[in-house]
Design a protein around this ligand. Structure first.
Ligand SMILES: Nc1nc2c(ncn2[C@@H]2O[C@H](COP(=O)(O)OP(=O)(O)OP(=O)(O)O)[C@@H](O)[C@H]2O)c(=O)[nH]1
Ligand SMILES: [Zn+2]
Length: 356
């Protein structure tokens, strides 16, 4: 397929799904005749619903695909109008879940640009929980934004105070307060973060108001353009539950996997989310300072001066430990697998030896 095809009217609507020149280039590299690009809306039982931009069903073959992935789809040998995934295009971001007993992380959502971290103002703000979500957000490669929901449940002063508190852990991530009931902050939120072709996801604990946020985005879109059609036809389409395309407005990725993400792989996400502490740690007297009782520890000084809370230091230590144990576990499993491979190769080798 030549690249001119990609800008045919047929492909123009892919832009609504987040198709970019960079993806077109990646696609060209894997494209053989008869394949077309598409974005995965949902995955179940070895098959996917793929938007091309209308939805088609495809076999995943052996590709480990997830909602949000861009793939190349080829015709299946099993019949006309049947498709199979022939390649997965490189992800620019991904939320990965660590699977027990597996060396490979399982992606639960791919190619998000922005991830909204919902936290409800109708209960006490849990900064430690926010920190974890921020680690996860940075780790994914998407840009995290803290959204304090249900602002109507508190006084203006209390909301302002909570925003200030959240900012102490959000650092570079933006913090906004909204209410789906009063509408406070909602237009600003969608105006600021929804963009044509941009993919947004929502994470946060149960009851934080994730569905309400998603529904509000859809509702305000429908008010402006008419209902989002779910029959898969026409321009205002594709309410495929997991990948909601609002043409000219943005894309919402709302998958159960993303919602229930618990264990995840952490590495530099911790450093990003705790950039304040990581920076202070570079000023400790000892390079390998554990920030527990070492002389000349800059981090402990910040805690004693009250610029960093002891709870935040504690959270940082825990998450850093978690990150290194995940890394070690991955290393162990990779080593076990390599060993199994070596044994298999050896066994094959031995079978090939003539019996004496
Ligand atoms: N007062 C008020 N209540 C809200 C607001 N947004 C959501 N709620 C309520 O909070 C509850 C939880 O909202 P959901 O949107 O279902 O929360 P969720 O994060 O999707 O929850 P799970 O599906 O359990 O993960 C519901 O009863 C909503 O009506 C808001 O802005 N103000
Ligand atoms: Zn130190």
């Amino acid at each position: 397929m030549s690249s001119s095809h990609l800008f045919d009217p047929e492909f123009a609507e892919l832009a609504d799904l987040g198709w970019t020149p960079a993806l077109a280039e990646a696609f060209e590299r894997v494209a053989v005749s008869d394949v077309r690009p598409g974005r995965i809306a949902r995955v179940d039982h070895g098959r996917s619903t793929v938007l091309v931009p209308h939805p088609v069903r495809a076999r995943n073959q052996l590709h480990l695909v997830t909602a949000g992935d861009w793939v190349a789809l080829g015709p299946s040998q099993t019949g006309p109008d049947r498709f199979e995934v022939t390649a997965v295009l490189p992800r620019h971001s991904a939320f990965n879940r660590l699977q027990v007993g597996h060396t490979q992380a399982q992606a639960v959502a791919a190619n998000l640009d922005v991830v909204l971290i919902a936290a409800s103002l109708d209960r006490e703000l849990n900064l430690r929980s926010l920190e974890r979500y921020l680690v996860m957000g940075w780790e994914s490669g998407a840009t995290p934004v803290v959204v304090l929901t249900k602002a109507d449940s508190r006084t203006k002063d209390a909301v302002d105070y909570a925003v200030g508190e959240a900012r102490t852990v959000a650092l570079d991530a933006e913090v906004v307060a909204v209410s789906a009931i009063s509408g406070v902050g909602m237009a600003q939120l969608s105006g600021r973060f929804l963009r044509p072709g941009r993919t947004i996801g929502v994470v946060g604990p149960s009851g934080a108001g994730k569905s309400t946020l998603v529904n509000w985005f859809i509702g305000s879109f429908e008010m402006a353009t008419g209902p989002v059609r779910s029959d898969g036809k026409g321009r205002h389409t594709t309410s495929h539950r997991q990948l909601l395309v609002l043409p000219g407005r943005g894309i919402l990725l709302d998958t159960p996997g993303l919602r229930s993400l618990g264990l995840w792989l952490v590495s530099d996400g911790v450093d990003r989310a705790f950039a304040d502490l990581a920076e202070l740690a570079t000023q400790c007297r000892f390079n390998d300072c554990g920030h527990t009782q070492e002389p000349g520890c800059r981090v402990l000084r910040a805690v004693s001066e009250g610029t960093i809370s002891a709870a935040r230091l504690d959270a940082w230590r825990k998450l850093a430990r978690e990150a290194s144990s995940v890394a070690a576990r991955q290393g162990d499993l990779a080593e076990q697998r390599a060993q199994r491979q070596r044994w298999k190769a050896l066994a094959r080798e031995q079978r090939r030896q003539p019996r004496s």
